[in-house]
Design a protein around this ligand. Structure first.
Ligand code: HEC
Length: 74
């Protein structure tokens, strides 16, 4: 879905690496409510800047990706 275009190694400009995203998401591991909240924030463009690739995600896809990240992006 193009995530690695920005979050790859090296990352695009100021985008965090996948490892960094996984580290952040891991704080919500096992916490369903927190994972949902992170997924919604991503989709809603509630970060410092809105990113089209984030906002295009369906609620299901966003949640799946956050869950995957929270497990260390295996
Ligand atoms: C056009 C570049 C770009 C693409 C493509 C992109 N991202 Fe991002 N993403 C960013 C940037 C930049 C940030 C940091 C935003 C900020 O902190 O303001 C970010 C932040 C994030 C965060 C951190 C949210 C948080 O809680 O801080 C997650 C998770 C994330 N992206 C997941 C994804 C996933 C999954 C995809 C693929 C569907 C994706 N991104 C595609 C640029 C991108």
């Amino acid at each position: 879905m193009g995530c690695y275009n920005c979050h790859g190694q090296p990352p695009l400009k100021n985008a965090p690496t996948m490892a960094r995203l996984a580290e952040k998401a891991a704080k919500s591991r096992g916490d369903e409510a927190a994972l949902k909240k992170r997924a919604e924030a991503l989709r809603a463009g509630a970060l410092r800047r809105p990113i089209a690739a984030h906002q295009r995600l369906s609620p299901e896809a966003a949640e799946l990706l956050i869950r995957w990240l929270s497990e260390g992006a295996p």
